[in-house]
Design a protein around this ligand. Sequence first.
Ligand SMILES: Cc1ncc(COP(=O)(O)O)c(C=O)c1O
Length: 399
Amino acid sequence: MQDSIFTPAVAGMQASAIREIFKMLGVPGMISFAAGIPAPELFPAKEWAEINHKILTERASGALVYGTTEGYVPLREYIKEQCTKKGIYKEDVDELIITSGAQQAIDLSAKVLINPGDGVICEEPSFIGSLNSFRSYGAKLYGAAIEDDGICIEEVERYLKKEKNIKFIYTITTFQNPSGVTMSLEKRKKLLALAQQYGVFILEDNPYGELRFRGESVPAIKSMDTKGTVIYAGTYSKTLAPGLRVGYISARKDIVDRVTVVKQVNDVHTPVLNQMMVHEYVTNYDFDAHIEKCAKIYGERCDLMLAEMDKHFPKECTYTRPEGGIFILCTLPKGTDTKVLMQKAIEKKVAFVPGATFMLDLDQPSNLFRLNFSVTTPESITKGIAILGEVIKEYLQNL
Ligand SMILES: Cc1ncc(COP(=O)(O)O)c(C=O)c1O
């Protein structure tokens, strides 16, 4: 009799602490900095209602039947065109498939590439949804630290030199989750050169890149790649609505071919109605103005949060100053445990995500924690950060 009915790859996987925290968010008066989503009040709900009505009145049968696995043709063409402009899609070498969010883009890429025991180098801390996907295929994860200008290149190079099993490097290049950090152009070039030198892929995940409220945009690594090294995952989750589940992969044709076959057995295709809705929005409404509006509001909320943190957080707590996206990462002195801090904060009705969630070893205490600024109102930011400042000071004093 087996000890566990589950495969070793999934038996050790833990539920996201973020989902656990969500259970507490219903408590009246709780101020949550734990979210990982765009502000729901900025979803273009009125437009979605119009669009939905139009599609279901004029093209219901097309919207409700099975679609092709590669994606709804007009949306796919639109995304190819947009990605061509950014150099992320190159007609002669690449193919593009629409996926059910970036999560599926990452998971299917991992599924077609990872053999049990293969290595994946990732930023540490990183997005748990991706780390768990890699784990589920039996990957061995190697964490490289995040610096102010992105992944530590020396650590990546050390792993590439030493470990012979590396299949790809996973990176969230712009406004990284959870740090908010953006990889510099210089590092992007170095990372690509290293990947090509050692013959490994790069999985470039860029869900937040369009939400820039400061500074100059930096080209995607994929745009500098002429050798089919980079697999690029994009999504409409953070700009339009995460519940629609519309994302995509732009990558070498043979990789996308395999992903297509695998997607057929996963979910056949991304819901056609949702793809039509996204297509209708991006072609008939002012998508650029919508993104600009969201980025402006997130910029104001980020600035307010940073100003309140400067006022209320003790100097022992340092933090990133993002130029876009939705997250700030805070660092407490070594030896602290932000899971313990979280319990104390929750008692005072403030929630955040402790750093252990984003680490390779989920059981090790972490001195990091993530704050989200996109979902909270300015009033809640002011009130919640003042409370959190007090909780942190008290926690550090009683260590
Ligand atoms: C870094 C990162 N990648 C991918 C995803 C998944 O996005 P999607 O909703 O498009 O599946 C998220 C969502 O939080 C994320 O933070």
